[in-house]
Design a protein around this ligand. Structure first.
Ligand code: HEM
Length: 329
């Protein structure tokens, strides 16, 4: 290859442009990637103000967005592929049918398209909006890097999400594939500090059919809690399947705090996978540590959400910047 010193100016410029393009395909996420790229608008401020307005009307948005980030990033990475509408897309896979919050991502995208068309990716909007909702719900403020791009593929059969009855070992094995360890796994499940599940997720496995025995209740569940669920929340009739159960106590259901871990110590975890983190000796110490140290949970929760937000991202010239989050360009 000719040395730069011996190249003509036009040849040098072409070479540099080609090198920039090649590097662009492998570009890194950056803090403040959108600074100065959206005319006079501050992209992160626009996202934050729309999340704030929604949170004021519906605090449960924090739970919707946290779950959305998980279901997005765990399947082929944080690439916006969960947002695509249409037959056979990720959104149509059974675990995603109860994911909410798509409308807020669409609203933010529409607003940003007005301010600077074709600049801000849907995948970045998901990560920024979740970050802002977590802080509004009393969770840790944290910085996220941006510059993600949206994947031009979304397939329901790629959706392999963990089961509500996973053992601790199964949960850890699942997250290991995403680059996490046992500690990260226990911290990530702390997202169940907010939001709710449906009775259908616990009726057979915990309340009325534990271990495959008709009528048996999970002995690992605090008996007083089990009896409240059985009497009032999830009675043994099929019409109760859609009733909701808060994953953390009702008063703490929209608050990002370490109360979830204290509940596990009291055997009041709702999903088996939650309670199993305490029942299993190899993860119990992590639950104990996080339950006794609110500040530690906050800093660790921020760390794992950032880690999750960077799983298998597309950057540079990969993928696309969608015009509408629910459709490929
Ligand atoms: C082994 C791992 C996990 C399992 C088995 C699991 C399972 C579940 C299930 C079954 C529900 C209830 C869904 C419904 O009934 O509609 C749920 C809700 C939820 N999950 Fe997870 N989850 C896991 C990890 C995570 C992670 C890593 C996050 C986020 C970082 C997360 C955030 C949430 C939130 C916030 C809700 C409440 C959603 C709402 O109220 O709309 N989960 N999860």
């Amino acid at each position: 290859m000719a040395s730069a010193a011996r190249m003509s100016a036009p040849a040098l410029m072409v070479t540099l442009a080609v090198l920039a393009l090649v590097a662009g395909g492998r570009a890194q996420l950056q803090y403040g990637f959108y600074k100065g790229k959206c005319n006079a608008s501050d992209v992160e401020a626009v996202v934050q103000s729309l999340v704030k307005a929604r949170f004021a009307r519906e605090a449960a948005i924090v739970a919707y967005l946290l779950r959305l980030q998980f279901h997005e990033c765990a399947v082929n990475g944080c690439d916006g592929s969960l947002l695509i509408d249409g037959p056979g897309t990720e959104k149509t896979a059974p675990p995603n049918l109860s994911v909410k919050g798509y409308d807020l991502i669409a609203t933010i995208k529409a607003e940003l398209e007005k301010k600077c068309p074709g600049v801000v990716s849907c995948s970045d909007i998901e990560i920024l909006a979740t970050r802002d909702a977590v802080a509004l719900a009393g969770g840790p403020p944290y910085a996220v890097r941006t510059g993600r791009r949206d994947r031009r593929q979304s397939r329901a059969y790629d959706v392999k999400l963990p089961g509500a009855d996973y053992t601790a070992a199964q949960a850890v094995a699942y997250y290991t594939r995403l680059g996490m360890n046992a500690y990260d796994t226990v911290v990530l499940l702390g997202a169940h500090t907010v939001g709710a599940t449906h009775c259908s997720a616990i009726k057979n496995s915990r309340l009325y059919g534990y271990g495959g025995k008709p009528g048996a209740t999970d002995p690992g569940m605090d008996p007083a809690t089990a009896s409240v669920y059985k009497r009032y929340v999830c009675p043994n009739v099929s019409s109760s399947d859609g009733n909701t159960v808060f994953l953390d106590d009702q008063w703490s259901a929209v608050k990002v705090d370490n109360h979830y871990y204290r509940n596990l110590q009291l055997r009041r975890g709702v999903l088996s996978v939650d309670q199993n983190l305490y029942n299993d000796g190899s993860t119990r110490w992590i639950v104990d540590q996080l339950a006794s140290n609110a500040g530690l949970f906050q800093s660790q929760f921020a760390r794992v959400l950032v880690k999750l937000s960077e799983v298998n991202v597309l950057t540079g010239t990969q993928g696309e910047i969608r015009k509408v989050c629910s459709k490929f360009n």
